[in-house]
Design a protein around this ligand. Sequence first.
Ligand code: ZN
Length: 169
Amino acid sequence: MDAQLEQARNRVRLPTKLDEGEVCHFRLSEFESPSGAVCIQPSVLVSLELVRHDLCQQCHDEVEILVNSGTRTDEDNERLAEKYGWVDDGGWVSHTSKHLLRNGACAVDIRARLKRRRSFQPDFNRSIPLKDLALFARQRFDWVKEYPTHVHCDNRDGGQKVTRYRSAS
Ligand SMILES: [Zn+2]
């Protein structure tokens, strides 16, 4: 593919509605698999925006959520398993991963950090500790697991916490 075309591919902003109004902090390309496939559940986007919103409030500062991995094809999953091992063998990658298109592609692996760079602070201080991120994510996603490098979040039950948020408001 033409390099320029490839760069532009899926750079579409994804607005979503919260009680506080419409927000838009993610692009479709962030959820793309290495092979270029992308699929995102609306509830996942709402959960992500809610986690970001909660963290901004907690930190009294703007927080950005970084998506390490979103959609996966079976080939993507197998490639990852070669690197990180299958869950059955004590690794990280599941044969029934919720990242997979055939399982609804309702999962994201994320990290978070303060958006603003402060000259007097070392860069690593911008990161939100994964255990804190996991704590907040558990309020907004159906299923959350903390790994050494990211937090896995998915809405395997259809995004029940998002539905509850909607009906409570
Ligand atoms: Zn994951």
